[in-house]
Design a protein around this ligand. Sequence first.
Ligand SMILES: [Zn+2]
Ligand SMILES: [Zn+2]
Length: 348
Amino acid sequence: MDTQEAYEELGVDPSISDADLKATWRRLVAAWHPDRNPNAGADRRMQHINKAYQHICQLRDGGEDGSGNGADTPQSAAPEAPEDDSRRKTHTRKVRLSLEEAILGCTRTLRGSFTTTCNACAGNGQRVLAKACHTCHGSGAVRKAALFGWLWNEESCSDCGGDGRQRESCGICDGGGELTVAYRRRVRFPAGVREGHVLSVPTSRHGEMEIGLELEVEIEPHPIFTLGSDGQLRCEMPVNGYAWMAGRWVEVPTPNGLQQMRLNRDALAYRLSGQGFPTALRGPRGDYIVKIVPVFPAQDDPEQEALLTQLIASSSKATEADKTQPLGQWQRQLKRWHAKHNASAEND
Ligand SMILES: [Zn+2]
Ligand SMILES: [Zn+2]
């Protein structure tokens, strides 16, 4: 086997990098290993592939100061080498998280599949062999009879595209030129991810490919909480107006679950510190604002009417009697003014 034949056996150009050469060899071995490939010629083909690869490796080790010293050190190629990118694919997809998952962080198992160009055959489904094309016997042209066989036209051989070399179906993609890559990854989403964040997941091996994932975060709208553009988590909840007046405890929803909160008739908004959305990715949690809307019956029924009358009467006594209270002061001022007003009216 000469050098040209060795490169042809592997279906690569002599200018190929060491890293790509090795990747190609691995793909071929994976495709033609007799344990996996039922093809009758698989065993022989495997021997040829290995022989060709060894031949080129020896040549390269001798010729180029021995830096690429063999087969089993994939790290020897610089990971940034652009040639290596051909085996590496970054798949972009969206991931929908609930607001709670975004607030607290979560782990998700992502499954999916996508179709990508086969790198072994550059997507054309065929490999070029060293052998001469069976159809044109290596000439690259076929003769076709024209005008009742009196003349012959030469046409480019369609089986080899005119280069005279035999093709075979790519064993990696079964001649389709495309590979479907299925992946399954467990991914940790940090607390504080927001709508539109893009997270990069490092590459991992999936058969022939190294797959990296790029995940674009979407946050599902929440039935209870809203996340403002300022990063403030809010909730607006109706409460019984009388319970609010009476300063009773109510249950409020928080990202961690229900929580008891005491109403205060002087306040309509409540700040729950450290229970909101994280202030930064993996950062501490911000404040959560609960806004209450006191709700009173559209019309009080007679029983409530009676109770309210009772309540007003009893509270008036207490508030009006206390001269230091605004209502007590007001009543005294009003009385004084009214008395004066009446007196001057009588004098007119
Ligand atoms: Zn292919
Ligand atoms: Zn041909």
